[in-house]
Design a protein around this ligand. Structure first.
Ligand SMILES: NC(=O)c1ccc[n+]([C@@H]2O[C@H](COP(=O)([O-])OP(=O)(O)OC[C@H]3O[C@@H](n4cnc5c(N)ncnc54)[C@H](OP(=O)(O)O)[C@@H]3O)[C@@H](O)[C@H]2O)c1
Length: 321
């Protein structure tokens, strides 16, 4: 497993981050612990969760965070892990009502600290943006939480580039912390963004990519494996690809991507998973894919990408039409 650095921090995360959206719910507690143990045994040290995870299930509140909290406590692993969580997400029943007032952010951080059974969160993500709220107020609020010792650093998830830049320009001009990472939707696939049906999400595009390249800001993308699309095509298990995945990743363009992946598989001997994740890990700025594995088999497969390095020419080939 390789490690990287996040600019303006002392964090040294593994190049693969373990997502936990389904831990403690769809993935039961024992299996979640088993996967977390295996991740650490193989060099992983970076966990992604969010207060909102599994709140879509009746009766559940913050079950992913609570599961990680239990595991960190029981295994005594808190010190060796980089723990990232997200908050300030609208209530799922009222997605149109923003929850990014200073009081919302403070409330969510306090709740996450309790759920995670920790004194401090290493990387705190804003899960969404509210473009009507000034970046000054947001950055000041987050800095006050850093000063209070509740979070070490913070990042933005689902923010557009203009807002990211405005926030970090403001932080720089005032000599205070800005966002140290960005968490967009990003993978090797061609995404039909409109088909997702959630305009509050944000994905990597050319403008965002250029901003990362210029500033060195770390990208920590979700849905990094295109929900298993290419892995499953390569494994001859296309029947297990979910209809929603097929809707978001339209056919001709992604068939073409898959052909490029297969070409590179032959040239390098890498598996499809190694190429899908290697594409992200090998970007010219720190990029740490978050993987959403559902079982030990998928986890072991995804972790084989932890040492992959593709060349700029190979990245170009993968993107070519
Ligand atoms: N910031 C945000 O708004 C946001 C949004 C979404 C997710 N996230 C975070 O990012 C994490 C990952 O996102 P994601 O779940 O969309 O990522 P993903 O890894 O692209 O997709 C996960 C799905 O891919 C399949 N899969 C995973 N590993 C595989 C493998 N090795 N071989 C074959 N198939 C494999 C599984 O599909 P099957 O279930 O069909 O087998 C799994 O459900 C989440 O856990 C969460 O922490 C953040």
């Amino acid at each position: 497993m390789r490690y990287t650095t996040l600019l303006k921090t002392d964090l040294k995360p593994s190049v693969i981050c373990l997502g936990s959206a389904d831990m403690g719910s769809k993935i039961d507690l024992a299996s979640s612990f088993q996967m977390l143990d295996a991740f650490v045994e193989q060099g992983g040290n970076f966990l992604d969760t969010a207060a909102v995870y599994a709140n879509w299930l009746p009766g559940e509140r913050n079950i992913s965070e609570k599961t990680l909290g239990k595991w960190l406590k029981e295994r005594g692993t808190r010190e060796q892990m980089i723990v990232a969580t997200k908050g300030a997400h609208p209530e799922l029943s009222t997605m149109h009502i923003s929850r990014m007032a200073p009081a919302d952010i403070q409330h969510d951080i306090d709740t996450s600290l309790k759920n995670l059974q920790t004194e401090i969160i290493d990387l705190y993500w804003l899960h969404r943006d509210d473009p009507k709220r000034s970046v000054q107020e947001i950055i000041d609020t987050l800095n006050s939480q850093v000063q209070a010792g509740k979070i070490r650093h913070f990042g933005a998830s689902n923010w557009q580039t203009g807002r990211l830049k405005a926030a970090n320009d403001y932080a720089e001009a005032h000599g205070i912390q800005g966002f140290v990472a960005n968490q967009p939707l990003w993978n090797i696939g061609v995404i039909d963004f409109a088909a997702i049906g959630d305009p509050t999400l944000a994905m990597m595009d050319k403008t965002m990519w250029q901003y990362h390249k210029k500033t060195g800001l770390a990208a920590i993308p979700y849905s990094s494996q295109a929900n298993g699309l290419f892995n499953k095509l390569a494994q001859g298990r296309s029947d297990t690809i979910k209809p929603n995945t097929l809707r978001i990743y339209p056919n001709p363009q992604n068939q073409q991507r898959f052909q490029r992946i297969q070409q590179l598989m032959q040239e390098t001997g890498f598996s499809a998973t190694q190429i899908v994740l290697g594409y992200l890990i090998s970007q010219p700025f720190a990029t740490i894919p978050i993987v959403g594995c559902q079982n030990m088999g998928q986890l072991q497969d995804s972790l084989t990408a932890g040492d992959v390095q593709l060349s700029p020419e190979q990245l170009k080939l993968l993107e070519s039409h």
